[in-house]
Write a protein that binds this ligand. Sequence first.
Ligand code: A2P
Length: 329
Amino acid sequence: MKIALVGATGLVGSVMRKVLEERGFQHAELIPAASEKSVGKKITFAGKELTIVSVADAIAAKPTFAIFSAGSSASLKYAPQFAKVGCTVIDNSSAWRNNEEIPLVVPEINIDSVKPEDHIIANPNCSTIQMVLALAPLHQKYTIRRVVVSTYQSVTGTGMKAVQQLLAERENKPCEKVYPYEIDLNVLPHGGNFEPNGYTSEEMKLLNETRKILSDKKINVTATVVRVPVIGGHSESVNVEFEHEYDMMELLELLQKMPGIKLLDNPDQNEYPMPRFAKDKDEVFVGRIRRDESQPKTLNMWIVADNLRKGAATNAIQIMEKLIEKRGL
Ligand code: A2P
């Protein structure tokens, strides 16, 4: 099977390679593509050295799948060109997520939204994936009315240059700044671009993508996205108000049974999810689960996941695995 990886030199691209190797795709023919400036560079995959090609050459190779992690403008431009040669694109950017024609998929929740004729599939935003995975079984049982979420997002979500900025600041070295302020020893209440309503694009993604994935336009989500000087993953404080009353034991069981979720909630032993321990793992960790005592039918929880794994690479590759199964490829 031929798989193109567009954005192969990037941070998510390098995790994509690792996850493909781990999940049994080491014998696939990988076609690594990036921007023109990287053509000819070498990368490794499954112990072999591969040469970066141009996006045009990757399209000409007519791969079965193309996994994109190269930003929105590259996706808007090239995804339809891959689709035209019969390739199925799984796109990690925000380019197609709000398009009604394009499925937005977390495989454990809504892989059935992909139709046989779909050739572009959107991978949700990292913060959305980890949150909806925990919300989905609870919404099904108790109907969610409103979610209040504050995120504590890793610099890895911004890309390679952001990690370099954090490390350079820590060592007092000069560097290219991708954030408007220092990120080390700081917290930026700013993820994405500010929109006319005062929210950022990252905050609006949490609302729009949650509604689309859970197929319920009535769910309300209000979000504050915060960038923190952390590398291992994104954390989220999530307050959920339900339509129906819940039983805590039953709710915990629903979370426990949800594929992809791992409960880590033993306050007596100081056990709770943290990005240091979520790093390089595929699970979404949920802890600090407690009743919101300030109003009925409401819950608080703390959700942590490696945003480069389940929040990006792993989710995209799981979508591909499901499609291989469904389409008999
Ligand atoms: P390149 O390394 O050649 O710039 P990150 O999110 O870590 O910054 O990575 C972004 C990835 O997307 C890189 O692999 C980058 O390649 C790739 N990329 C950016 N713009 C384009 C483009 N127009 N066409 C193809 N790949 C692109």
